[in-house]
Design a protein around this ligand. Structure first.
Ligand code: FCB
Length: 438
């Protein structure tokens, strides 16, 4: 199989058309409309207006020579309210998008859940409530019934760590709740949601995880890495691929929850055959053990995102950073690819997100350097025999960067949010050339 070159987006970040054709609010509509939650009070109401411009955007992808496109389906667009019948107008949009992609020989990778839970399901308890997992499986069937004749590649969830620990732990993401026990219950129900959905899908099915890559500040900080690895990585990898929760995770979090939300039979349901693992990689962090909870800044390192390990802190390194403040460390990606392959393989892998935010500019040489260094690492991993099957750049175009609103730009295509004009950045030309010469 040839290596797949792609780009990725997510529904709430690009579609806009928030109140169109029967779509109802998701937790991100509610959150972004709540004062103080998103920088400058921005929302995804209009975003890149991709809902009305998808045909043009697909032409742009074709111009870049993309072999694959990863997008997500908005749950409240295709099943308003999160239960009950499908909304045909919402499904029609994705059906047209899939047809347009296939007409250009671009393989669709469909993410079913990229964080936009229907608000009604949050009102009924959200991800800390078990029923949400069953609702998700039903929704997965709706999408599969509509697109499964043409879509061969499915990603159940995007970054369940963020859904659970930023959504219900630190509250930096929708729905903005802050309770460690709820965050851990949410993580389990996201795992369960995946497990319940997989048997309802056909073709190639995987999940996208934002695995965290940590280094200890000194050898005596090894336990800091072990702890964050447990609640950041193995909390998903182990049940999904091995059918259990790690004993050290249960231990570390015993002061937070008794895990009674895990019912008999859940682990067997969660461990489903997986066709591939999607990995989203942006940065790496140096960590150390502190003696008390710290108000660390940086990549999601508010202590409340790490229940049971609040005393672990991030140590800043003297490395170049992107506009997100994330340290640039491509070696972390190599280490992570090797680790996943050795510990959980053999399993086909995709980089389902990698990219960088930089201040608004069309001549974005720094982004090219970032992408180039990470792609070199992908080449090296493949040369070593890691079964890496493709790479999806984040992101096709500038978009709504969650709590950062439109202030952070990840696109290789520039978006003028007033006119909605798309302009290829230098990185888009560079990526097109990289694909052509591969
Ligand atoms: C990831 C998200 C994606 C985007 C990038 C920058 O965590 O999956 O939607 O915001 O970060």
């Amino acid at each position: 199989m040839t290596f797949l070159w792609g780009a990725a987006t997510a529904a709430y970040q690009i579609e806009g058309a928030a109140n169109v054709d029967g779509r109802t609010p998701s937790i991100w509509d509610t959150f972004s409309h709540t004062p103080g939650k998103v920088v400058r009070g921005e929302t995804g109401d209009v975003a890149c207006d991709h809902y009305h411009r998808s045909a043009d955007d697909v032409r742009l992808m074709s111009k870049l020579g993309l072999g694959a496109y990863r997008f997500s389906v908005s749950w409240p667009r295709v099943q308003p309210g999160g239960s009950g019948p499908a909304n045909q107008r919402g499904l029609d949009f994705y059906s047209r998008l899939v047809d347009d992609l296939l007409a250009q020989n671009i393989t669709p990778f469909v993410t079913l859940y990229h964080w936009d839970l229907p608000q009604e399901l949050e009102d009924a308890g959200g991800w800390p409530a078990r029923d949400t997992a069953f609702r998700f499986a039903e929704y997965a069937s709706i999408v599969h019934d509509a697109l499964g004749d043409r879509v061969q590649n499915w990603i159940t969830l995007n970054e369940p760590w963020c859904s659970a620990f930023l959504g219900y732990g630190s509250g930096q993401h929708a729905p903005g709740r802050s309770n460690g026990a709820d965050a851990l219950a949410a993580a389990h129900h996201l795992n369960l949601a995946h497990g319940l959905a997989v048997p309802r899908l056909s073709g190639s099915v995987g999940i996208s995880l934002n695995l965290h890559e940590f280094l200890p500040e000194s050898p005596s900080d090894a336990d800091a890495v072990r702890r964050l690895d447990a609640v950041g990585n193995r909390i998903f990898l182990d049940p999904l691929l091995r059918g259990n929760y790690p004993a050290d995770l249960l231990d570390d979090t015993s002061g937070v929850t008794d895990w009674s939300f895990v019912q008999d039979g859940d682990l067997a349901l969660i461990k489903q055959p997986m066709s591939f693992l999607g990995m989203n990689y942006y940065t790496r962090a140096l960590v150390k053990l502190g003696d008390k909870p710290q108000d660390g800044e940086g990549l999601h390192h508010l202590p409340t995102s790490w229940p049971g390990s609040e005393h672990v802190t991030v140590v800043e390194r003297d490395l170049p950073r992107t506009d997100m403040g994330w340290e640039i460390d491509p070696e972390g990606l190599l280490v992570q690819l090797r680790w996943v392959n050795e510990k959980y393989g053999p399993l086909p892998l995709y980089i389902t997100e990698n990219g960088a935010a930089y201040p608004e500019a069309v001549d974005d040489q720094e982004r090219i350097a970032y992408l180039d260094s990470h792609l070199k690492v992908c080449d090296q991993a493949r040369a070593e025999g890691v079964p890496l099957k493709g790479y999806f750049l984040w992101s096709l175009m500038d978009n709504f960067e969650w709590a950062w609103g439109y202030s952070k730009r990840f696109g290789i295509v520039h978006v003028d949010y007033d006119s909605q004009a798309r302009t290829l950045k230098a990185s888009a030309h560079w990526y097109a050339e990289r694909i052509r010469s591969a």
